[in-house]
Design a protein around this ligand. Sequence first.
Ligand SMILES: [Zn+2]
Length: 259
Amino acid sequence: MLGLLVAYCALFGLVVGSFLNVVIYRVPRKESVVSPRSACPTCAMPITARDNVPIFSWLILHGRCRGCRSPISVRYPLIEAATAGLFAGVAARIGFSWALPAYLVLAAGLLALACTDLEHLLLPKRIVYPVLGMVGASLLAAAAITGRWHDLIVAGISALAWFGIFFVMNFVSPRALGFGDVRLAPVLGLALGWLGIRYVLLGFFTANLVGAVIGIALIASKRMSRGQQIPYGVFLAFGTLLAIFAGPELLRPFQSLRI
Ligand SMILES: [Zn+2]
């Protein structure tokens, strides 16, 4: 049965990934995500439904526009495949749980935000706030159905704690950590807090560790100068997803700590 859930979520992820492509391209450019319909950026020919099937259309058209044959970035099918993979992984990890929708929203949101942060150094409010709202509402619904109010309270407290810590970090070093990261922090606090305080600590630790290691490596190799802004949201997304996917294995040595 779990296999069926994973397969459904993977298919759903392909469709969501197609929408994320629109979000990732248009939101940083301050364009609407619902209209106009997608069109080829070179010849402006509208993309029809049959040419808009995730991954397959790109493969059948050999990565080119049907009208003018100009190349279409491989990024589009990659985002669709990545979303499908993330959704399958989340379904396999979270399983048949009322909290599953919250983690699917989280995975989709983090993928979109990691892309906009890498490309534009932006974590747009138009993505962060809807994700925060949907994750919060989904966990609230899950608590109401299952009676897991204790987990919801831990999630709420950890959201406030992450927000507070990032607010201070931004205050101390606004260039290293932008306010977009401060807005994103409570989303991650909520999602990891629901799983337990250990996950909150693991996500925070891995995000900062990976961010520091890559930051130092980039500065040491002169690819980046000191004080230059880094796409911190990418590391936050990575740390959070790692805590969700590999948390039980990574936390096993600390099981006796009972937190
Ligand atoms: Zn074209």
